[in-house]
Design a protein around this ligand. Structure first.
Ligand code: GSH
Length: 203
């Protein structure tokens, strides 16, 4: 029986959120870890835009947006109701404004024509929003884990790694604790397992 094929890059936060949902939904997949600097032709044939994650279903259908992969997985199996009460608005803020600021904070050299001096402050605006939510309940959208947490924490992880010591000294105690709990979770440990880079020749 052929399985859905996931093209993924281990450290990509978009790929992480897709792997989190697929693993949580217990969907068996063929996992193909790739290098962004050497994308396999098979992946580009399936999705010419060349971003990971890409999920190719046995029917030939291609899902090449991370949130769509999450929703596809949860539509098949969502044992703990991740979809219940999740915040599309917060995820959209993460994917647009926060990610834009994060890229400028993390890779200032990529944006030589821009004044990136407020990139970190812009990131912190989002962390303040998260801290406010986490002051009201244990997770971002309530007292249970939802899609909001799982779609967002891989990006906060990326932010935390730019200046790790400074991150840990930030006054966002609840957000730091929330992040650490996700990083230490068995689900995250599982999806971060190192795999060899996929190559067609090794089939
Ligand atoms: N909107 C896409 C964004 C995916 C994305 O930008 N992934 C990055 C890696 S983190 C990528 O593949 N970039 C292409 C490259 O670096 O060549 C999604 O949600 O899946």
């Amino acid at each position: 029986m052929s399985l859905p094929i996931l093209y993924s890059f281990r450290r990509c936060p978009y790929a992480m959120r897709a792997r989190l949902a697929l693993s949580y939904s217990e969907i068996e997949i063929e996992h193909r870890d790739i290098l962004l600097k050497d994308k396999p032709q098979e992946m580009l044939d399936a999705s010419p835009k060349g971003t990971v994650p890409v999920l190719v279903l046995p029917t030939g259908k291609v899902i090449d947006e991370s949130l769509d992969i999450m929703h596809w997985a949860l539509s098949i199996n969502d044992p703990n109701q991740w979809l219940s009460g999740y915040s599309r608005t917060l995820i959209e803020y993460n994917d647009a404004k926060f990610k834009m600021a994060l890229d400028r904070y993390k890779y200032p050299n990529r944006y030589p024509d821009e004044d990136g001096s407020n990139a970190k402050e812009n990131c912190l605006l989002f962390l303040e929003m998260l801290e406010e939510n986490l002051s009201k309940h244990a997770y971002l959208s309530g007292d249970q884990i939802t899609l909001t947490d799982m779609a967002i924490f891989p990006f906060i992880r990326q932010f935390s790694k730019v200046e790790e010591e400074q991150f840990n000294a930030l006054p966002y105690i609840k957000t730091i604790k929330w992040l650490n709990a996700h990083l230490e979770s068995p689900l995250f440990q599982k999806i971060m397992k190192k795999r060899p880079i996929w190559s067609k020749d090794e089939l």
